[in-house]
Design a binder for this molecule. Structure first.
Ligand code: FAD
Length: 371
């Protein structure tokens, strides 16, 4: 079989690596399938899921519900648990056989391990931790117009080196989050990207899509000797991690609680509980050891888009905003009226959080009591 990653015209369709654990598809996969649908429509091509595991065929229809036209299933007892060697071999062989133009992975622990190894074997480029993806040039320019300070009208997007219109434009934070960079992979295929959990929006589930998805089994040529390690046991973290990604309401605290950390966290938690939400934080709070890392929102934490995001004593550094500015409604409490968080806030309260939050809690309680 000849495989040449520079033979661009041989590559077609958008693929999403569909991560499952213990027979359950990971939520990031649904976000990527939703985004993949957009890219496939822009290219006029098929959206295909690549699903690896043992006896996982039954999961394929769910992927159709989020927009997949076709799901390739690679089934083997040797794929029951994730191993770098086993999964790399199977993904690489599938790509070499069927030649997708674009291949997306979630930037989960597995995706971050698997995607670069596959990219190296396939001799192509990988853009890690993307926050925005476009093929369509108009969509990309519109994205720049709304999300950047670039003078879009007076910028040329033509390049002598490659056709900008034909390539996947992969945008990600660069230089510590101070810049957004758009990267293309013009000479090799597939164009590969990882996307962090929570970044892309999940489409509404469509049962009609689930009913008509095509499921195709791919032959797996994997033997135990291909895998250099053995998974003896999977142990889940004993600590209950906060589910920021799935939360509809997030109440986040920043360094503004420093004069009484315990009280600040207790007040934020009480407000979150009253609103049926969860507790988040800025990185300053995590770095200070006041809350664990799973609470952190932002560029190096979680990207969230809840219905309501309440920022208490958070200045609104670019790295924090990168993780929360897509929230539907942002409420900020800060005693400094020039704090950048107010630039993205729908409602801003200038004041001391230790005075404002008890009033908010009381107001929510009154509202719930019908007062
Ligand atoms: P500060 O910037 O110190 O702001 C505290 C705010 O609280 C101030 O605005 C102050 O006016 C207000 N305040 C003080 N007292 C009160 C009070 N009593 N009532 C009301 N308001 C009060 N940060 C993140 O959050 N997430 C990330 O993922 C992240 N990733 C990063 C990645 C890189 C590569 C780098 C370089 C930085 C990153 N940061 C991240 C750090 C970021 O730059 C900021 O340092 C951090 O967000 C600041 O946190 P803060 O807003 O809580 O603290």
């Amino acid at each position: 079989m000849t495989y040449n990653s520079m033979e661009l015209t041989a590559f077609r369709n958008v693929w999403v690596f569909c991560e499952q654990r213990q027979g359950k598809i990971m939520p990031t996969t649904f976000e990527l399938v939703s985004e993949g649908r957009k890219l496939a429509d822009e290219l006029g091509s098929e959206l295909c899921g690549l699903l690896l595991g043992d006896d996982v065929e039954g999961l394929a229809s769910e992927l159709g519900g989020y927009g997949a036209d076709r799901v390739y299933v690679c089934s083997s007892p040797l794929l029951k648990d994730y191993t770098t060697d086993g999964y790399t071999k199977v993904v690489v062989e599938a790509v070499q056989a069927l030649k997708p133009e674009i291949l997306l992975f979630g930037a989960s622990h597995f995706g971050r391990d698997l995607a670069p190894r596959c990219a190296a074997r396939l001799h192509t480029g990988l853009c890690a931790d993307c926050t925005h993806l476009d093929v369509d040039m108009n969509g990309y320019v519109e994205f720049l117009r709304t999300a950047s300070s670039l003078d879009v009208e007076n910028t040329s997007f033509e390049s002598k080196l490659f056709d900008a219109k034909a390539n996947l434009k992969m945008t990600r934070p660069a230089f510590g989050g101070h810049l957004m960079a758009t990267i293309v992979c013009p000479r090799f295929r597939p164009a590969m990207a990882t996307v962090r959990p929570g970044v892309m929006k999940r489409r509404a589930y469509d049962p009609a899509g689930a009913a008509k998805v095509t499921v195709e089994k791919l032959a797996v040529t994997l033997s135990a000797s291909d895998i250099g390690c053995e998974v003896l046991e999977t142990v889940k973290a004993a600590r209950k991690l906060v589910d920021l990604i799935g939360a509809e309401v997030i109440v986040s605290v920043g360094r503004g609680i420093s004069s009484d950390v315990e009280k600040g966290i207790a007040l934020a938690q009480e407000l979150a509980d009253e609103l049926g939400g969860v507790l988040g934080s800025s990185r300053a709070v995590v770095d200070a050891g006041w809350l664990s890392a799973d609470h952190q929102v932002g560029q190096t934490g979680k990207t969230v888009h809840p219905k309501v995001y309440i920022a208490l004593g958070i200045s609104g550094a670019i790295q924090h905003k990168a993780g929360m500015q897509e929230s539907e409604c942002i409420i900020a409490v800060n005693k400094n009226e020039t704090a950048p968080i107010f630039e993205v806030a729908d409602y801003g309260i200038v004041g001391d959080l230790f005075k404002v939050v008890p009033e908010l809690i009381a107001a929510v309680k009154d509202e719930k009591a019908g007062k």
